[in-house]
Design a protein around this ligand. Structure first.
Ligand code: FO1
Length: 309
């Protein structure tokens, strides 16, 4: 079965890794959010792309979920000593990724080309595609004004109250080569348990991608379990936008697009409500603490999606 998955940060990367443990390379394409990308210290940083790639390659830091395992911090410490910005913690190994990516981008390679080459170098055989080769920047409208995503997320630790989001540049952005085709040729699309506001919404906003998906069977896994986000500010964002955070609230965000929805056993009481949104449901354990959990959830979602086609 051919699957195209949409993923953002750590939760998305974990399910993508589970799927990659089951599906052969030719049957899995992962389209990754690039709305979190930014230029920092003169380098081009792609947090979600790197999180997905490091996770697939077994190189991710198991504690944070982002960055590299066995990391050292000499460079950022020295930048700090020199009075440079150190709020965004780039490790020494991670720096190499950003330096080499910047060199290639400046030499005229596209982000998707660079990603393809890096995947090869890291031994990743499945296809990873950035949502677009054009810059799209998630801007968070807050009670303290508009903030660039990493300024809001890391520098201000998600403290400002969220009012809305916009994705700068998305109207002019083109889907990256292979992204539309991966959706067209998929038997099912899987929306990984990533933040619906800032990880999945930017991908859906890239012209052409959502309409392509609307013609498909789409399964989504809730990133909210028992009213809380497994990681990150998704629940806080729902709250501040005046919506009670829950797996049901996420399902409502995906209304009209998703027809198969996966929620955690803790949330089984929400199942009937989700079904009223014209979605079929699967209730299972969705928390991914171990590598086995990732594979088991991927199996559950694929079996569920297998009945789709
Ligand atoms: N997240 C943090 O909370 N603090 C950091 O210092 C930080 C550094 C960082 C470096 C490289 C990278 O690829 C990701 C990094 N992240 C950091 C995570 C990242 O900014 C967010 O988790 C994502 O953008 C949200 O999906």
């Amino acid at each position: 079965m051919k699957i195209t998955a949409l993923a953002g940060g750590v939760g998305g990367a974990k399910l993508a890794h589970g799927l990659a443990q089951i599906l052969p390379p030719e049957d899995l394409t992962i389209i990754v959010n690039t709305g979190d990308d930014f230029e920092h210290l003169g380098l081009y940083i792609c947090p979600d792309l790197d999180t997905v790639c490091y996770t697939l390659a077994g190189l991710a830091n198991p504690e944070t979920g982002w960055g590299r395992t066995g990391e050292t911090w000499q460079t950022i410490s020295n930048i700090e000593k020199l009075g440079g910005p150190s709020w965004f913690r780039l490790g020494d190994q991670d720096f190499a990724t950003h330096i080499e990516r910047m060199r290639r981008l400046k030499a005229g390679q596209s982000l998707s080309q660079v990603t393809r080459d890096f995947c090869k170098a890291w031994g990743i055989n499945h296809t990873v595609i950035p949502m677009s080769d054009n810059p799209v920047r998630t801007i968070v409208k807050t009670d303290q004004g508009e903030l660039a995503f990493q300024e809001y997320f890391v520098h201000q630790r998600c403290e400002p109250r969220v009012k809305a989001f916009r994705f700068d540049g998305v109207e002019e952005a083109k889907a990256a080569p292979g992204a539309r085709e991966a959706i067209q040729s998929a038997d099912a699309i899987i929306i990984c348990p990533s933040n619906p506001w800032v990880s999945i919404a930017p991908i859906l906003a890239v012209p052409g991608l959502r309409p392509e998906m609307e013609a498909k069977q789409v399964a989504a896994v809730s990133p909210i379990i028992g009213g809380r986000a497994v990681k990150g500010p998704a629940a806080k964002m729902f709250d501040e936008l005046g919506i009670q955070p829950s797996a049901l609230a996420v399902a409502e965000q995906y209304r009209g697009l998703v027809n198969y929805y996966v929620l955690d056993k803790i949330d089984s009481q929400l199942e009937a409500h989700v079904q009223r949104l014209s979605m079929r449901t699967l209730v299972t354990n969705t928390l991914m603490k171990t590598a086995d959990d990732r594979k088991r959830l991927a199996e559950d979602v694929l079996n569920f999606a297998g009945n789709i086609t």
